[in-house]
Design a protein around this ligand. Structure first.
Ligand code: FES
Length: 111
């Protein structure tokens, strides 16, 4: 990865900080982002549930799906799409790992 490709990315931690099956809340440009490790792959979505603001980082992770801890709507951490027909989705962010450091894009993907 060259330096230019990291321009819009922000270092949020090291690979060892987030073991497989766990999550961590990070801040990127003031935004609260939930970072998940699913079997060694990292995914980032907006931490704030669009229903009533529950912290998705505290949700239960099952495969690629996290359930909001407040009212249990579910979101695919790979895309941010709701998986339970509730019609909600959250922004997702590209990730890069370089030298065991995790980078999250400061710009969300298009939904
Ligand atoms: S706040 Fe997340 S489901 Fe209600």
């Amino acid at each position: 990865m060259n330096a230019k490709s990291l321009d819009q990315f922000v270092v949020v931690g090291r690979v060892d900080d987030i073991p497989s099956g766990t999550s961590r809340m990070v801040k990127v440009n003031g935004k609260s982002i939930a970072l998940f490790n699913v079997s060694g792959k990292f995914f980032a979505i907006n931490n704030i549930c669009p229903h009533k603001g529950g912290p998705l980082v505290k949700g239960k992770l099952k495969g690629y799906v996290v359930g909001c801890p407040w009212h249990h709507l579910q979101f695919d951490v790979r895309s941010g799409f709701g998986t339970d027909g509730g019609g909600y989705c959250v922004a997702s962010y590209d990730i890069q790992v370089n030298d065991d450091e995790i980078y999250v894009s400061s710009k969300c993907r298009d939904l």
